[in-house]
Design a protein around this ligand. Sequence first.
Ligand code: FEO
Length: 171
Amino acid sequence: MISQKMQDAINGQIQAEFYSAYLYLSMSAYCEGKSLKGFANWLNVQYQEEVSHATKLFTYLGERGGKVRLATIDAPPSEFGTLAELFEMVLTHEQHVTDLINKLYEVAVSEKDFAAQIFLQWFINEQVEEESSVGEVLDKLAVIGEKTVDVLYLDKELSTRVFVPPAANNA
Ligand code: FEO
């Protein structure tokens, strides 16, 4: 059985992951509106990853005999400025999520919930990967600026990203 404190914290993270999904879906629509289909695709894959993160937590809470309580998801912004500004926002958001995951892990430690500690290690690793992949796009944008030809080249590169569902187990 899972403690109330751990259950509440996981429910809070489910809400945060769905907000992340919503935010990236809004960013994807913004890029789509500018006919940057590769950027839109990259952000749509990001959206699908966030839904899978929420689902992973949702399934885990059920497996532990906890009660899922879905909460209100705030509306995300719909304007994001330049591509560099948009990706800065993605990075800042991912750093915030890393902070949330670390706090969730702290709850698992304080509750002496060893199973949750092992489960959450997947998310700790995932955040390293998330920040790194966003940082890569930002680095490229910093080099090319807003030059049309180079942005279109990067747009083509980002169009190749595909969603890979996380393994059902904790690998
Ligand atoms: Fe679910 Fe991008 O962190």
